[in-house]
Design a protein around this ligand. Structure first.
Ligand code: BYC
Length: 367
């Protein structure tokens, strides 16, 4: 079951979607579009127009573009931008929760949180690896983050003030991430889609652990319940803002949707998230801090108050509550880890030199 341990209609849908996306991905790997059957394998031998035609046919047929395939330069750049931003978010996203590992209220909570934060590092690795298939290496991407030329998600610029924030991040932030990322399992670029399938399965556990923390607090002492409510009050609107600017201000959505990188617009996903959270908040016994939240029969969805998009743009520009702290910490970690990367590279070079040395030895002996 997706998300939490309480029966609710439609609760399994998101993980079912991931499952279906995985099956579609496998099927896509076995089929090639008609153009490929007739004219070859989509290799790069033809003229630009033919290559574009083949690319368009693959996308239209819901097949996957693979690293070996020709792709428009703008498609490649968009993927590098989005995948890198996503990877950076996973790595920077370790900080707010990492802040609570040493202060988790029990050994069990500490072990769970450690595993969760480690998973985020793993997600970063899958995503950097997916970006590398587009011909850019991880070191360069990290450099772009550290010099402020690439972004990471706005959400990680908010502080984690209490233990309940760890619950709110799991429920709301990971919940928003799942809603955003499940459709990315159907992304037209194969390596990104494959990375997302695994990530979404792990995110489901993350969301559930946050939900369970909040449920426990909400059913604990009045002080614990108040702490849980306070965390939800602070994380609700930043979580809504994670989905990006409204459609009218989203510069990339239209093209990304035409390329089937994005499958839904920012506003559609935001709505889906709100509709998912309302019944879950009821089970928690916590309220969503929006006096205008109400069911709209005509739309078949909840009406809700939009997040403050000026605040979102301020945070994206680097002026959120924790931007400076997050980047300073990341730069420090990068510098502190330099010797590990150097040692690993030296070890790898030594190991790869070994077969050559071994091959050279008999010849030397014979001489
Ligand atoms: N924060 O045209 P738009 C996680 C930027 S990690 C910062 O709508 P797009 C987790 C956008 O980049 C969660 N910037 O863009 C980890 C663009 O600027 P540029 C991360 C944002 O790409 C640890 C401009 O605003 N998830 O789950 O079509 C613990 C215009 O926006 C944001 C992903 O990265 C933002 N919130 O759509 C727990 C998912 N929103 O690049 C959890 C993959 C917008 O032109 N990414 N911008 O300078 C996406 O789905 C899309 O990139 C977005 C934005 C929906 C985020």
């Amino acid at each position: 079951m997706y998300g939490n341990d309480f029966e609710q209609p439609g609760a399994a849908t998101l993980l079912d979607e991931v499952e279906a996306a995985e099956q579609a991905l496998r099927a896509a790997a076995e089929r090639r579009v008609a153009a490929a059957r007739a004219g070859g394998t989509g290799d790069t031998g033809g003229a630009e127009a033919e290559l574009q035609e083949y690319f368009d046919a693959v996308v239209a047929a819901d097949q996957k573009i693979e690293p070996r395939d020709w792709m428009p330069e703008a498609y490649r750049k968009t993927l590098v931008r989005q995948i890198a931003q996503h990877a950076h978010s996973e790595i920077i996203g370790m900080q707010p929760e990492g802040n609570w590992i040493s202060r988790a209220p029990s050994l069990k909570r500490k072990a769970i949180l450690l595993a969760k934060v480690q998973d985020e590092a793993g997600h970063g690795l899958y995503l950097y690896a997916a970006a590398e298939t587009l011909g850019i290496d991880r070191e360069e991407l990290v450099g772009l983050l550290l010099t402020g030329r690439q972004k990471y998600s706005s959400i990680f610029n908010y502080p984690t003030l209490t233990w309940a924030d760890v619950g709110a991040i799991g429920w709301l932030v990971d919940g928003a991430a799942i809603v955003n990322q499940v459709p990315l399992c159907r992304c037209s670029y194969g390596p990104y889609a494959r990375a997302m399938i695994r990530i979404c399965k792990e995110e489901s556990f993350h969301q559930r652990q946050g939900y369970e923390i909040l449920y426990t607090l909400a059913h604990g002492t009045p002080e614990q319940k108040a702490m849980a409510q306070d965390a939800v009050d602070r994380w609700w609107y930043p979580s809504l803002a994670m989905f990006g600017p409204p459609d009218t201000a989203s510069t990339h959505s239209e093209q990304s949707m035409a390329w089937k990188i994005k499958r839904f617009s920012n506003d559609d996903l935001r709505q889906r998230f709100v509709d998912m959270c309302v019944p879950q908040a009821e089970v928690l016994g916590l309220s969503i801090p929006d006096p205008d939240l109400r069911w709209n029969d005509e739309r078949g969805a909840y009406d809700y108050t939009q997040p403050d998009y000026d605040e979102l743009f301020r945070v994206i520009r680097g002026d959120g509550p924790c931007n400076r702290q997050r980047m300073a910490h990341r730069r420090r970690a990068d510098a502190d880890g330099a010797w590990v990367r150097e040692a690993a590279a030296a070890y790898a070079a030594k190991r790869s030199a070994r077969p050559a040395e071994a091959a050279a030895r008999p010849a030397e002996a014979a001489a």
